[in-house]
Design a protein around this ligand. Structure first.
Ligand code: NDP
Ligand code: MG
Length: 380
């Protein structure tokens, strides 16, 4: 029986991962969350893991009392999450923590020699060099959960190397503000931005989708996962979210992966790879769809894509810095403390305080994170 651990099990990807695990009868060895101890308790009772961890210490104390009648080990803080990532009988660990808080757990999974099913794109953006270096050293596979990267992974499958690969074409839904002008979106609120046309996701990534910072993160994610240069990654807006991404070869043949927009497909594939199991999701009815549309992104209105492209071109700690700045700005926007129009400049100004360093450690990333967040807060 396959054994898996789910980090961030109470979130959007985490709860869908629980569904997939239940559907296939996988043994779940560990579950973690930030503060939602009620849902974590429910999941623990349902799945009977070896260990659970809550980041929040107070919640962890509540959870410990609640699970006192079981033999499940209850841990707390980042150390507890790391123990759940590295020290259970799981073969595969899904990292569906949100934000760069997922970096240390990602590294812990790899260093423990377990397969990593990665939804937490921020860990690759913040520490791509560290994550890919550790995976290479340990011979650990990173299987993408992000739908675009799962698509690219599937389009590249069976090829011995990236030889003859000309480019990767990342598709983007365009988010709720597609087609609007800079002036029209300047004063959009978090409630407006949280209305995503195709995907139901956690709050942070839904805002990233509205600013299209998410596509910038995914560009950087693709660079690291597939070992391509940033200029080999094109972006095209595809409103229907049916084509999840494509690859183009030297002969101009393009291979795409299609499916209904439901994260359970890429989650399941990361768990069953290289096998394919019966889907929890329906089939595409092409005749009913009728047509699929594609547009050039509006880079002037959605400046966050180029902020990320410039950051990965610059390299060093810059991707990490723009990611940290965005995490802080994203939160401030959701709290109604800044406007939608403030977002790009705040990210740029916040990230500008990052030290220049080509080779860095996880401590450098954490120090930069603290510096950048402080800089963003000082600007508002
Ligand atoms: P959610 O906000 O729905 O869930 C996040 C999970 O991480 C929750 O379990 C949360 O616990 C936990 N968490 C939050 N903060 C911390 C912290 N500081 N330390 C430890 N755990 C924490 O996010 P999503 O599921 O939407 O996204 C998760 C990841 O997957 C992100 O990196 C996102 O970019 C990526 N992704 C998501 C997609 C989607 O469809 N949702 C699609 C593709 C990628 P608690 O519930 O207690 O707060
Ligand atoms: Mg995606």
């Amino acid at each position: 029986m396959k054994k898996i651990a789910i980090l961030g099990s109470t979130g959007s990807i985490g709860t869908q991962s629980v569904d997939v695990a239940l559907k296939h009868g996988y043994k779940v060895t560990a579950l973690t969350a930030h503060s939602n101890y009620k849902l974590l308790e429910e999941q623990a009772r349902l799945l009977g893991p070896e260990k659970v961890a809550l980041h929040d210490e107070k919640g962890a104390a509540e959870l410990k009392t609640a699970l006192a009648d079981t033999d499940i080990k209850v841990l707390s803080g980042m150390d507890g999450i790391i123990e759940c990532a590295a020290d259970t009988s799981a073969d595969t660990v899904i990292n569906s923590v949100v934000g760069m808080a997922g970096l240390k757990p990602t590294l812990a999974v790899i260093n423990a020699g377990k397969t990593l099913a990665l939804a937490n794109k921020e860990s690759l953006v913040a520490g791509g060099q560290l994550v890919m270096g550790a995976a290479k050293e340990k011979g650990v596979a990173i299987l993408p959960v992000d739908s675009e990267h799962s698509a690219i992974f599937q389009c590249l499958e069976g090829r011995p190397s990236n030889k003859a690969l000309k480019k990767i074409i990342l598709t983007a839904s365009g988010g709720p503000f597609f087609g609007k002008t800079k002036d029209e979106i300047r004063n959009m609120t978090a409630a407006d931005a949280l209305r995503h046309p195709n995907w139901s996701m956690g709050a942070k990534i839904t805002i990233d989708s509205a600013t299209m910072f998410n596509k910038g993160l995914e560009l950087i994610e693709a660079v690291w996962l597939f070992g391509v240069s940033p200029d080999m990654v094109d972006i095209v807006v595809h409103r229907e979210s049916i084509v999840h991404s494509m690859v183009e070869y030297d002969d101009n043949s393009v291979i795409a992966q299609l499916g209904l927009p439901d994260m359970r497909i890429p989650i399941q594939y990361a768990l069953t790879y290289p096998e394919r199991f019966e889907s929890p999701v329906g089939e595409i009815n092409f005749a009913k769809l009728g047509k699929l549309t594609f547009f050039e992104p509006d880079y002037e209105t959605f400046r966050c894509i180029d902020i990320c492209r410039n950051a990965i071109n610059k390299g060093g700690l810059m991707p990490s810095a723009v990611n940290s700045a965005n995490e802080e700005v994203n939160r401030l926007f959701r709290e109604g403390r800044i406007t939608f129009g403030d977002i790009p400049d705040l990210i740029l100004k916040g990230a500008a305080v990052a030290p220049e360093k080509d080779i860095f450690t996880v401590e450098d990333v954490c120090e930069t994170d603290a510096l950048v967040r402080e800089a963003v807060l000082s600007l508002i």
